[in-house]
Ligand binder design. Structure first.
Ligand code: AMP
Length: 189
């Protein structure tokens, strides 16, 4: 990481890949703001904000919240970011529409070196981890739907970054510390 430049990490990976945990750890190590769209949405739902009321139905069913709501959300989150070191996006982008919007938005952040990282974990391991996690949207049926939604709508985001030559792939089926080390090596390189 250079000093004059801030860092942006775009964390991709299916539900249960551990990206939330790793994002949290990296955010602490590098003083980056951890922007989790899932956390923001869950908080908005609890607080019954206009965003929360619009998003609730989708989140509870394991469907993606409509792009327009997320575009407004991420725009605001990045504008309001107050960490000079940078940010980590956890859970965004999840569609190609969101990814190309983000590209446009990031053109305004010319001082930020952006890393796009996918945490790769086999499907059976994901299922096992999600069933153990026990979040409200972690019932067997909704988990199945979230993985399906991931394959249909979010996997194309990997191709989007891959074809731009920007995708870094990290094996997420290892000990937590080993994954963190790989991620740190990547960012330091
Ligand atoms: P997560 O905590 O990242 O697994 O997100 C939980 C839920 O929030 C997802 O299942 C979606 O319903 C919604 N969500 C989070 N991020 C996005 C996004 N970028 N686009 C659409 N929906 C999202």
């Amino acid at each position: 990481m250079t000093h004059h430049c801030s860092t942006g990490i775009i964390f991709l990976g299916p539900p249960g890949s551990g990206k939330g945990t790793q994002a949290q750890l990296l955010a602490e190590s590098y003083e980056l703001s951890h922007i989790s769209t899932g956390d923001i949405l869950r908080r908005s739902i609890v607080e019954k904000t206009p965003l929360g009321l619009q998003a609730q139905n989708y989140v509870e069913r394991g469907e993606l919240v409509p792009d327009q709501l997320l575009l407004d959300l991420i725009n605001e989150a990045l504008q309001n970011n107050n960490s000079p070191s940078g940010w980590i996006l956890d859970g965004f982008p999840r569609t190609v529409v969101q990814a190309s919007f983000l590209d446009e938005l990031l053109k305004k952040f010319s001082q930020t070196s952006v890393y796009v990282v996918n945490l790769e974990v086999p499907e059976d391991v994901l299922l096992e981890r999600l069933l153990l996690r026990g979040r409200q949207d972690d019932t067997a049926e909704i988990i199945r739907r979230r993985l399906e939604v991931y394959h249909n709508q979010t996997a194309p985001v990997l191709d989007y970054y891959q074809s731009k030559g920007e995708l870094h792939r990290v094996n997420g089926d290892r000990q937590l510390e080993e994954i963190t080390s790989s991620l740190k090596e990547l960012i330091a390189a």
